[in-house]
Design a protein around this ligand. Structure first.
Ligand SMILES: [Ca+2]
Length: 489
């Protein structure tokens, strides 16, 4: 079935793109001409975007018509998860195709130190490099790796502006000594925002013609903190009418001590603080405003693609590096291996993909690398530890026994199946949540005898290898992780 679909869509887009059919797919040609008929890729990374999209239903007031439109033209993975709940290790995992437990990149890392972090990274190829090696023209702008990209990864690099956009002289609400977190209306105009310029750069590239297919990566910064966007984006959301997510004050009573330590974010607001200070709805409004802003510029790029000669033979993948808690579990942060921190949007659209399907099978960002190779007809990269999601793009209800795996620090893992989240910490403590009855992960079932079999089954999916921390990677915002890294270097 896979083979059949592939043949159909390739023929269709060859026709649509007016490319030379004579070059054929199976012919033995030089790399350049062989690649000429391959589809291109528009790869859009959005920083810290959780499920607050219309199409994912994470917040009832989310305004994301363009991302929803993309979902309606592709497959939306509703149970997709990052492999680590902070930027550096999550992006490293996607770009290398390797698990954090394989490379020891558990914390943040400088792009230009990635190759030094682990021999498997040094010997491997980052996702854009793999495309380049197979005849693609690679372009990238913005936050794609932790900063932008290691030197030379993109043939055409637009770089990244420092920081996360313009900031007022003083924070509006949150203590700027503690963290970059803050929220409010700033600056006056969209064109002061780095994402605006990244989108324009990408739109200009989409308007060009190329002799070979392209891989175009765009890394948008919004809605990463600080949550600053111009007034018009805030105006979309009536503060008084906004709902806040569900919150259970004694939620952490059944979380093991190590779980609380691992998720501790002393620099961030708590929900108790936000309630007391009347800021919860304001934070929700600011986050939604940032998401709406991002959606608008995603839309501009998608429209540019649709107008271009590349429409019809370009795959679009939109993903995020992790989710974000906005008051659930007494926190406004990522940095946990619970649902809100690890669940991310993942949308894949393009030739041969039937639109409008939602797939609830577990998927990982680590699967993006092999999926894109598969879609574009490139040979698999044998070092990839994820798997191609192609069978689910062909049939979103296909059997899929593979869970998603998340890691935060060495030997702290979560396994997410369609129904369960199982967490196991380095000291053997456990959590188990049944998403059929408890999508907020309020009730830890791990201590109950009746779930022992489930836990034994899920334990089998934990990685056998737990690499020591790479000295190149660190994370010092959490006291437990600082100490844990020293023990596990
Ligand atoms: Ca609980």
């Amino acid at each position: 079935m896979l083979r059949h679909n592939t043949a159909v869509h390739r023929r269709d887009f060859l026709k649509a793109g007016g490319l030379s059919v004579a070059a054929g797919w199976g012919c033995d040609l030089s790399k350049r001409s062989r690649s000429a008929n391959r589809p291109s890729v528009l790869f859009i990374a959005v920083d810290d975007l959780n499920g607050w999209l219309g199409c994912l239903g994470g917040h009832p007031h989310a305004v994301t018509p363009h991302i929803d439109g993309l979902a309606s033209r592709g497959v939306l993975f509703s149970n997709a998860h990052c492999q680590a709940p902070i930027c550096g290790p999550s992006r490293t995992s996607l770009m290398t195709g390797l698990l954090p437990s394989t490379t020891g990149v558990y914390g943040q890392i400088q792009d230009d130190r990635l190759r030094a972090a682990h021999p498997k990274i040094r010997e491997g190829l980052f996702l854009p490099e793999y495309f380049q090696q197979h005849g693609y023209h690679t372009m990238g702008i913005g936050k794609l790796f932790h900063q932008h990209a290691p030197d030379g990864v993109f043939a055409d690099s637009g770089g990244r502006e420092a920081g996360f956009g313009p900031t007022p002289p003083e924070h509006f609400v949150w203590d700027q000594e503690k963290t970059g977190t803050d929220w409010g209306v700033y600056p006056d105009r969209d064109d002061a925002m780095p994402d605006y310029r990244s989108a324009q750069w990408a739109i200009e590239r989409l308007g060009r013609s190329y002799d070979v297919p392209f891989f175009l990566g765009v890394g948008l910064l919004c809605p990463h903190v600080p949550w600053y966007v111009p007034q018009k984006w805030f105006d979309l959301f009536d503060l008084e009418a906004l709902s806040v997510p569900p919150y259970l004050p004694n939620d952490d009573d059944d979380i093991p001590p190590i779980g609380r330590d691992l998720a501790a974010v002393p620099m961030m607001p708590t929900t108790e603080w936000a309630i007391k200070n009347g800021e919860w709805k304001r934070i929700v409004q600011a986050y939604l405003a940032c998401v709406a802003f991002t959606d608008h510029y995603v839309g501009q790029m998608l429209n540019a693609l649709a107008r271009s000669a590349h429409a019809g033979h370009t795959y679009v993948v939109l993903w995020s590096d992790h989710g974000y808690h906005l008051g659930e579990k007494n926190r406004f942060a990522k940095q946990s291996i619970w649902e809100e921190s690890t669940r991310v949007p993942l949308i894949v659209a393009g030739p041969g993909i039937d639109g409008g399907h939602v797939c609830s099978r577990p998927a990982g960002m680590i699967d993006v690398y092999p999926t894109l190779l598969d879609l574009c007809g490139l040979p698999p990269n044998s070092s990839n530890e994820g798997r191609s999601l192609r069978p689910l793009l062909d049939d979103p209800r296909a059997d899929w026994p593979h869970p998603a795996l998340m890691t935060y620090g060495r030997n702290n893992h979560a396994v997410r199946t369609e129904h369960f989240r199982y967490i196991r910490y380095e000291d053997g403590s456990e959590e188990l949540y049944d998403h059929r009855h408890d999508r907020h992960e309020w009730k830890n079932l791990a201590g109950l005898d009746e779930h022992r079999q489930t836990i034994e089954r899920l334990k089998d999916y934990l990685p056998r290898l737990n690499a020591r921390w790479s000295p190149e990677s660190r994370y010092d915002w959490n006291p437990y992780l600082t100490e844990h890294r020293k023990r596990n270097l």
